[in-house]
Design a binder for this molecule. Structure first.
Ligand SMILES: O=P(O)(O)OC[C@H](O)CO
Length: 413
């Protein structure tokens, strides 16, 4: 048996679900054995993959969050593009089966797919309906706009709620997706898609107004900051927080753990901003195939990637996790199976991504050293939440500091 190593960043319910997929694949054939290992959070998994490559001990497959995409694309000697893996292995594979907004993120300028879009998500608003009722609010109230959310936060706070709103992935949701959703650039050069000479642009009035509103809510105890990744998830699942901006893939944990009536709502937008709501952009991760392995191993990789993209497996993954159905066929199958009807709100993520034709501002982001830039953004946002900086000062500083890293990346690539 040929062994295929797959390094990923999943624990908890998502970890169990990946293990289940691997078991299904391993049981479906006898030539290959996939061994999946958890390598820490997204950043740790990316760094483990890079370090392993340098040491000549890289796995066949590495899960890299969307933030690491430009870094992986630039690491030419370290990866084997997915389209090449599929071609060489001779497996029947249709790159057009993947939905455009997801595929576009992971293809090069010639339209060739470099990594497999395995777990793509988009941010939504999670609501604890019981908390609304307890605060005397109508749980069905409209929460489409941030103005309406602001009113709900006032009422929750007035009713003595300790955590009216929290968030996961603050840069992803409150700056990166905020930009796309309000059709303003996060960075120049089409958010980096048009060239390495991109500069950050997330200190416009739209950005500043939103971050200042969140900062004011933080000062008033209406927005409670829990951490840079998805630390807030535990609080929301335990029923401690009433509203939670988080990935659609929060569904995996929430649907299996929450002992309250929860609901998925679209990500709110600011009423009055021209063109909003546009569309949100993806997050999550894709699977990169690493260089330096044998033909036989790559064949196994191709079989696995094909298996993961098959309508049945992908539809189940989408329904279990809340990640987007990455192929049109998986989406159709989910509809036919009656899943959206039985689980209202589970189609919101797909609709939010695809309701409008994406613009130059809403196709996604492709920025070098972006994990480090997110670190800078996190630090600056934390200064706003704690009341140490105004939104304008923090975002100006994040743009300036982030641009230094972009110039270094440009010079090195
Ligand atoms: O929780 P995920 O997997 O949907 O990822 C969220 C963000 O995209 C991470 O950068």
């Amino acid at each position: 048996q040929t062994e295929i190593e797959w390094w990923h960043a999943f624990t908890g319910r998502l970890g169990d679900l990946v293990a289940e997929q691997v078991e299904t694949f391993n049981a479906s054939q006898s030539e290959y054995k996939v061994v999946a290992s958890h390598k820490g959070n997204y950043s740790e998994t990316l760094n483990a993959g890079i370090a392993a490559f340098r040491a000549g001990e890289q796995p066949e497959i590495l899960m890299v969050f969307e933030v690491g995409t430009a870094t992986m694309m630039a690491a030419q000697g370290a990866i084997k593009p997915v389209y090449e893996v599929m071609e060489d292995a001779g497996v029947t594979w249709d790159p057009d089966a993947y939905i455009g907004s997801v595929k576009g993120y992971y293809t090069n300028t010639d339209g060739q797919m470099l990594s497999l879009p395995f777990n793509s998500s988009t941010p939504v608003l999670w609501q604890n309906r019981d908390a609304f009722e307890e605060a005397g609010l109508d749980p069905d109230m409209d929460l489409s706009t941030w103005q309406q959310v602001g009113e709900a936060l006032d009422a929750l706070k007035a009713a003595g709620h300790d955590c009216p709103l929290t968030t996961a992935w603050q840069s992803w949701i409150h700056l990166e997706n905020l930009s796309a959703y309000h059709n303003v650039p996060f960075a120049t050069e089409n958010n980096g898609f048009a060239g390495l000479n991109t500069e950050l642009a997330f200190n416009s009035p739209t950005h500043v107004n939103h971050i200042q509103a969140m900062g004011d809510w933080a000062q008033d105890g209406k927005f409670v900051y829990k951490g840079r990744r998805n630390e807030g998830g535990a609080d929301f699942r335990a029923g401690t927080c009433a509203l939670f901006t988080e990935s659609s893939a929060g569904y995996a944990g929430i649907s299996s753990e929450a002992e309250f009536d929860f609901e998925v709502r679209p990500l709110p937008y600011w009423d009055g901003v021209d063109g909003a709501p546009q569309n949100t952009i993806i997050g999550g991760a894709s699977l990169w195939v690493m260089a330096g392995h044998s033909e036989e191993e790559y064949k196994g990789v191709a079989e696995l990637l094909n298996f993961l993209s098959s309508p049945e497996i992908q539809a189940k993954w989408h329904q279990d996790t809340g990640y987007l159905p990455i192929t049109a066929a998986a989406g159709e199958l989910t509809k036919e199976q009656g899943f959206y009807e039985a689980n209202p709100g589970t189609d919101i993520a797909v609709m939010q991504m695809t309701a409008k034709q994406p613009t130059e501002n809403s196709k996604g982001l492709r920025l070098g050293s972006f994990d480090q830039i997110r670190g800078i953004i996190d630090e600056e946002l934390e200064a706003v939440w704690s009341g140490d900086k105004t939104a304008q000062a923090a975002l100006d500083s994040a743009v300036e500091r982030g641009n230094v890293l972009l110039r270094r990346f440009e010079a090195a690539n």
